[in-house]
Structure formats: structure tokens, C-alpha cells
Ligand binder design. Structure first.
Ligand code: KG4
Ligand code: ZN
Length: 348
């Protein structure tokens, strides 16, 4: 399928993003429009997200095609995020893609958002292929997978409550930082001490045994509550302003320690020293640094640049191409599904 032009559209949350890729993985045009309507609320408001996608989708598509130097008629296949995500937001993308693919008589591929994140690093590094242990960390999901081939994803662990990105966003809000919280915490944490406050590492204990769910599972809500308690103590003592950077740094260390430790458990058990990092939290510099260090000289870390770690259309187009090669084209009655199951996920 080399040379095929695949269009990818992503509207599952608060980025209206599109891209054209040329098979197998050259990015020809790429646009991400981040909605700013949510900043004042400190989180994504679903109805506002859907309306903003609707207002801007045509403009994002036109700009993507301009950058790619092609027209809609030149596109061979359309990929769109069908879920998981916010239903109103997803419906804008899926309705657009269905109408255009049907109108032009081109195949439409319904893409799973987290599978798309798995494909992102391969757009910049051709070596980012299975086998690998994958840590997918976004605003809605935290998944630890063992991937020996594309399309078969063995689930090792997942979060029992908040997702990793959600924890960054909630802690940022507690500290009065802007939304999205991840980049804001990363930045302020650079000025803080990583050891000044002691914070818990939920579900991470010595002596946990392989075979118990807690060996690989994550939990972030207790960490967020511990930060909330600390913030209120500091606020009562009148020292919060001076301690903000320290709290951010200690929270980030705790979250990263848990993520990196569980990933390294998977590396040891599977004897696979290739790790792929995906999802918005993959943009976190400390997380990359920590994993690189723990993997050592004989390990490999695959992580995309920020523009491809955060939600984008290129990863959707790349995942669509993979499904298209397997003839997995969406039927005409395909629709958005806020809880779309991960295709090929194997739970043991
Ligand atoms: O994958 P993504 O762009 O959207 C979802 O699929 O949810 O991930 C967004 C999440 C947000 O929670 C955001 O705070 C987090 O990724 N994030 C980060 C960083 N950049 C974005 N978290 C930690 N450090 C970052 N540098
Ligand atoms: Zn995402």
C-alpha cells in the first residue's frame, strides 16, 4: 500500500487535529488546534468541546490539505477516532469522516484512540515496532501492555481509578496552575525540590507478587488526595506560595516512580528491554529521563516528539492504515462509541 494517502481526523477530546500521511508513514500535512475555551473552567467541558470541534473542523481540514499539497479527492482512505472519548466530540469527527468518505466513495476506518497512540512513535522512528512493553498514559487512560505484534495487545496492568494525566490535571488545579496540568506541573517542578515532602506511591510495595493484580495495576486518586491534604496544611500555615514548586516536584516524582517501577517490572518479567511510551503524559521530560536511566545501556525507549505524543491526526491515520491493510473497513452504520473496546486487547 506504499504511496497511499491516508487522512486522519481526531476529535475525541479537546484537540481538533488532522493529518495526511503517505503510506507507510510519511507525514505530508499536520494540524493540531487546541481548544482554549476550557482554560477558564480548569478542565474540558464536553458540550463546549463538541461545539468548538464543529466550528473549527472545516478550517483544520482545509489547512491540513493545504500543507499536504493535495485535495480531498486525492485521499485514498479516511481514518477517524471512533472512541473512546467524549461522545459529542467524537460524533463531530465521525459524522464528518463518514459523510466525506461516503461522498467520495473511499474506505473509512474507525480508529481506537489508544491504539493510535501506540503507533505515534513509529512515525518518527521506523524501529518503534513490536516487540515492546508499552506504557500508555493519557488524560483518560493508563495502560501497561506487552506487544509482540501489532494488533495483539496483552494487558498487564491498568489504573483502578484516575488516569495518570488526570492526576496531573487535578493536582495542577489544587496548586492553582493552568489547564492542561501536565505541562504546567512539569515546568514549575523544575524549580522545586523532589524530596521536600513525602508523598505515597499507591499500589507500589516491595513483596508484591507476580500474578496478583496489584503487581502491575495503578492507582492515582490516593496520591491526589494526599496532595490535597498537604496543600490545605501548607495553606493554613501560610506557606503554600513558597512551597508550590516543591509540591509539584514531589507529586511528579511520586507519579513517575510508580509508572517507571511498574514498567520495569514488565521489562524484567517479559525480558523485553524495548519500551514504548505513548499518550499525552509521554511528553513529560522527567518520565522519559527516568525510564531511559532505569532501562540502561542495553534498553531502548521509544517516545514520539511532543506534537505526536499529544492528540494528533497523524497517529490516527497511521493506525487506520494498519487496519486498512487487514481490510478492517468501517461499515456505513459505524458510529462513535465513548467506551469503544480496545481492539485486540487480551486480558488474562
Ligand atoms: O493523549 P492526550 O493528549 O489526550 C487524551 O487522550 O487524554 O493526553 C492529555 C493528558 C493531559 O492530562 C495532560 O495534562 C497530560 O496529557 N500531559 C502531560 C504533559 N503534557 C500533557 N502530563 C505530564 N507532563 C507533560 N509534559
Ligand atoms: Zn490521547
Amino acid at each position: 500500500m506504499s504511496g497511499l494517502l491516508v487522512f486522519g481526523l481526531e476529535t475525541s477530546c479537546d484537540e481538533t487535529a488532522a493529518a495526511v500521511i503517505e503510506a507507510p508513514g510519511t507525514i505530508r500535512g499536520h494540524v493540531i488546534l487546541s481548544q482554549d475555551v476550557h482554560e477558564v473552567y480548569g478542565g474540558v467541558v464536553p458540550e463546549l468541546a463538541a461545539r468548538a470541534h464543529l466550528r473549527r473542523v472545516d478550517e483544520v481540514v482545509t489547512e491540513t490539505l493545504n500543507r499536504a499539497g493535495c485535495s480531498l479527492e486525492d485521499i485514498d482512505a479516511f481514518g477517524v477516532t471512533a472512541g473512546p472519548g467524549l461522545i459529542g466530540a467524537l460524533l463531530v469527527g465521525t459524522s464528518w469522516a463518514k459523510a466525506v468518505a461516503y461522498g467520495l466513495g473511499r474506505p473509512l476506518v474507525a480508529v481506537h484512540h489508544m491504539e493510535a497512540h501506540l503507533f505515534a512513535p513509529s512515525l518518527e522512528d521506523p524501529d518503534a515496532q513490536p516487540p515492546f512493553v508499552a506504557l500508555l498514559v493519557s488524560g483518560g487512560h493508563t495502560l501497561l501492555l506487552h506487544v509482540q505484534e501489532w494488533g495483539r495487545y496483552r494487558l498487564l496492568g491498568e489504573t483502578r481509578d484516575d488516569a495518570a494525566g488526570e492526576a496531573f490535571d487535578k493536582v495542577a488545579k489544587l496548586l492553582g496552575l493552568s489547564y492542561p496540568g501536565g505541562p504546567a506541573i512539569q515546568e514549575i517542578a523544575e524549580e522545586g525540590s523532589r524530596t521536600r515532602h513525602r508523598l505515597p506511591r499507591p499500589l507500589l510495595k516491595k513483596g508484591q507478587e507476580l500474578g496478583s493484580a496489584e503487581y502491575y495495576d495503578f492507582s492515582f486518586s490516593g496520591l491526589k488526595t494526599a496532595v490535597a491534604t498537604l496543600v490545605s496544611e501548607l495553606s493554613n500555615a501560610g506557606t503554600l506560595a513558597n512551597e508550590r514548586a516543591n509540591v509539584a516536584a514531589c507529586f511528579q516524582e511520586a507519579a513517575i516512580d510508580v509508572l517507571a517501577s511498574k514498567t520495569m517490572r514488565a521489562v524484567e518479567v517479559t525480558r523485553c528491554r524495548r519500551v514504548l511510551l505513548g499518550g499525552g503524559v509521554a511528553a513529560n521530560r522527567r518520565l522519559r529521563e527516568e525510564l531511559t536511566e532505569r532501562l540502561g545501556a542495553d534498553g531502548r525507549l521509544f517516545a514520539a516528539s511532543d506534537r505526536l505524543s499529544l492528540d494528533n491526526g497523524a497517529m490516527v491515520a497511521r493506525a487506520a492504515l494498519f487496519r486498512l491493510e487487514r481490510d478492517e473497513v468501517a461499515p456505513l452504520d459505524a458510529s462513535a462509541n465513548a467506551k469503544l473496546p480496545f481492539p485486540g486487547l487480551i486480558r488474562e
